[in-house]
Ligand binder design. Sequence first.
Ligand code: 5GP
Ligand code: MN
Length: 315
Amino acid sequence: MKITLDEAAKIIGDAQTIILTSHIRPDGDSIGSTLGLMHFLRAQGKDARVLIDDEIPRIFSVLPGIDQIARPVEGQRCTADLLIVCDVELKRTGAVVSSVDAVRVLNIDHHVTNDEAAEYLYLNPDYAATCEIVHDLIRVMGGAFSLETATCLYTGMATDTGFFRFSNTTPHTMRAAADFLEVGVQQSKIAIAMEMKSYDEVMAQANAIRNVEMFCGGRVAAVFIDEMRAKEVTTTEGLLDALRVIEGTQIVFFMKWLAPDTYRVSMRSKGANVSRIAQRFDGGGHIRAAGCTILAPFDAAKQAILDAIGEELNC
Ligand code: 5GP
Ligand code: MN
C-alpha cells in the first residue's frame, strides 16, 4: 500500500526495535540510506541496526558505522517492531526479509519499477536517490543531520547522480546536498574514496574496455565479461562511465558472468528507456540506469540482450 512521507514517519516513530536493509550487490545509495537512517534513529533513542545480505565493497569503508553492518546468519531469526527496506523492492534483499520477523514492513524507494509488494510503501520516483527521501524523512520527523548521518546520505546522493552530473539531479538534490555540506561533510574525501581501485582492478578494467564491442551503427557500446575474465574484473565500478563517453552512443552496458548460465547486465542510456529492457528479464531500475540478470549460456544471453536493445532503439 502506498503511503505518504508523514505516514512513513509515523510508522517509524511508533517502532522501537528497527532493522534496516537494502539490496544485494549494495551501492552507495543502498548503504548510505540504511546507515544514514540508522544513525538518525539511534540518536532518537531507538534500537536500530543494518542487515545486508552481501559483502560490502571496501570503497565504503569511509562511511561512519560501516563495520556495524551485519549479514543475516542462516537459520538464525531476528525480531523487530519494524523492518525498513531501502532503495529496492522486498524480493531483492537476499535472505533478509525471510529471516526477520517484523511486526511491520516499510519500503522506502525511488525506483519507478518497484513492484509495490510491501505492506507500506513510500515511493518517490522523482528523487535521484533514496538518500534524498531519507533527507526529507528526517526533516519531517523534526530531526537534525549529524555529521555521521549527513556523510552517509551525501554519499548515496553523490553516487546515484554521478556526483551531481546525471539528469536525475534536481534543485532539491542540490539543496539536500547543501544541507549535508553545511554540517561538515568532506565531499572531496568521499569522491576520492568512491573512485579508488587497486592497481590490478584498474588493469583488469582497462583490458575489459579494450574489448569493447560496438553495435547498432555505433549507438550501442558493450563489454562482455565471460567466466574466465570475471575472475580478473573484480569491480565494474566506473566501467560504464568509461563507455558512455564514446561519441554517438545511446546505450552502454556490460554483461558479466555471475554463476553458471547466469549473467548480470548493467545498462546506462542517454534517453532511451533501459528500465523497460531490464524488465523484460525481470530486472528494473530507472529510465537511464537499469539492470537485470539473464539466465542462459553466454552466447544466448548476449544475443538476448542485444535483441532487446535493438528493439528499443529500432536498429
Ligand atoms: P546498476 O546497473 O548500477 O547495477 O543498477 C542500475 C539501477 O538499476 C539501480 O537503480 C538498480 O537498483 C537497478 N537494478 C539493477 N539491477 C536490477 C535488478 O535485477 N532488478 C531491479 N528491480 N532493479 C535493478
Ligand atoms: Mn538508489
